[in-house]
Structures are given as C-alpha cells and as structure tokens.
Design a protein around this ligand. Structure first.
Ligand SMILES: [Zn+2]
Length: 119
C-alpha cells in the first residue's frame, strides 16, 4: 500500500524532529494532502495508526488538510480551480498543465511534548 510507505517516511521525519527537540512525545501532526496526490486520507489515517505503534507518536492526533487543485493559465495570467480532470481555463478554455498546488503530501506541523505524561 502506497500510503503506508508514505506514512513511514512522514513519521520518520516527525520522530527525527522530535528527537532533535528533545521531545518525549508527539501529540499532534498536521499534514497537507493534495487532491491530486493520489493518496486516500482514510488510508493515510490507517497507516498512521500502524506506523506509530511503539513510537513516541503513538496515540498522537493526525490532522489532514485537503488541498484543492489550482492551475495557472499562462494566457490569462491567472490561477483557477479546474472543474474536472481536464484542467481547462474557465476564461479562454485552454488546457493548462501548470499545476500550482494539489499534488503535495507534506508534514506541516508537529506538536511536541517535552515529557511523557501518560494517558
Ligand atoms: Zn486562460
């Protein structure tokens, strides 16, 4: 499953960061997931539960922010949100292949705790 390896990488980054900060626990993670990233948020949440087992991120809250697709039309020099899988500019009806956002999968913030306080 694609989401599992993706989540493994994300957790690794989070754990590394927590380690550098001397944190004992990760309380919350926020991610941005583009609508065009091909990732299913539910699968990501499931992968999160699996990947955090036995780590300091276990039991942490995962927040997934969905990012809409935004394209850029060089003709009209403006950004637009495509209506369907064809990225057609609503003004000049040219197809655009300039995708500004919607493909990202990234960890945007981490909430750490210095000491593990238990549940
Ligand atoms: Zn246009």
């Amino acid at each position: 499953m694609h989401e599992v390896s993706l989540m493994q990488n994300t957790i690794e980054i989070a754990l590394e960061h927590a380690h550098q900060q001397g944190a004992q626990k990760i309380q919350r993670l926020k991610m941005r997931v583009g609508e065009m990233s091909g990732v299913v948020p539910e699968a990501l949440e499931f992968a999160f539960d699996v990947c955090t087992q036995g780590t300091i991120a276990q039991g942490a809250q995962l927040e997934i922010e969905s990012v809409a697709v935004v394209c850029y039309c060089p003709n009209c020099e403006q950004e637009f949100q495509p209506e369907d899988v064809f990225y057609e500019c609503p003004q000049c009806h040219q197809l655009s292949n300039h995708i500004c956002q919607g493909r990202e999968i990234e960890l945007t913030s981490l909430e750490l705790a210095e000491f593990y306080q238990g549940d």
